[in-house]
Design a protein around this ligand. Structure first.
Ligand code: C5P
Length: 245
């Protein structure tokens, strides 16, 4: 089960580089995340190739557009067979509901598994002054809570939340099945790269994260497979410790 918690971010510039990492890290990694860079470089065909190899893909394209466009793009994500994809909560309830309904209907009609649909709240690169700049007079924390509730009440399966936000989202949304996907994970001894709010994998899971997105600490380490296995071992140890308490 621990294995399913880790999503490795494939932040690389070509399908070949991604294949190398996947060949090394699959099946120890629960899933792989494909974002804008790799999607633009390698395309939907590459995503399809991985899905055909039974590899779980989190398509991190953060859709944000008029409801009709986001709903139709989401149907294409479902057609590719991804395990998870995300949309911006800032698109509002109509965009969320239309997307959730369209994907449900498409998957039912085609007898396909429904992908997990995840909301992005406030980007971790934004602070209170960024929100003010775009006319949002709320501090980041209350805006995150407002958007997390909007995602939950309109049928999304979960949200992306930074380590710092896990606790407050868990208290604000009273539903254990609401998934929290958390980036910004760093082993104790690693550098923070450009991540400002970081936590170890064990700390994030203890706070209530369901899935951890980990990129550079694994992909840029000397031995990515060893690093992944070490993090999985730390998670197992701490889950066993809490189960025995
Ligand atoms: O290399 P690192 O572990 O920082 O990678 C984290 C991944 O999670 C990156 O692909 C980044 O785009 C993504 N992400 C993030 N913070 C968010 C949302 C996504 O770091 N709030």
């Amino acid at each position: 089960m621990t294995k399913n918690k880790i999503i490795v971010a494939l932040d690389v510039e070509s399908a070949d580089e991604a294949r190398k990492l996947i060949d090394e890290l699959h099946p120890e990694a629960g899933a792989f995340k494909i974002g804008l860079q790799l999607f633009l470089a390698a395309g939907g065909k590459f995503v399809g190739e991985l899905v055909d190899r039974d590899i779980k893909i989190f398509l991190d394209l953060k859709f944000h557009d008029i409801p009709h466009t986001v709903a139709n793009a989401s149907i294409e994500a479902a057609r590719l067979g991804v395990w998870m994809f995300n949309i911006h909560a800032l698109g509002g309830s109509q965009m969320i509901v239309q997307t959730v309904d369209a994907v449900r209907e498409f998957c039912a009609k085609e007898s396909r598994d429904q992908p997990l649909m995840i909301g992005v709240t406030v980007l971790t690169s934004s602070d209170d002054s960024t929100l003010l700049e775009i006319g949002i007079n709320e501090p980041v924390d209350s805006e995150v809570i407002k958007l997390a509730k909007l995602c939950h009440s309109n049928g999304l399966n979960g949200i992306v939340a930074s380590p710092k936000e896990i606790g407050m989202v868990r208290s604000a949304v009273d539903d254990e099945s609401f998934l929290i996907v958390t980036p910004g994970i760093r082993p104790d001894n690693a550098t923070n790269d450009d991540q400002k709010r970081v936590m170890t994998a064990t700390e994030a899971v203890a706070l209530g994260a369901d899935h951890l997105v980990i990129g550079r600490p694994i992909t840029r380490s000397k031995n990515p497979k060893e690093t992944l296995i070490r993090i999985l071992g730390e998670l197992d140890d701490s889950l066993n410790r809490s189960a025995n308490h």
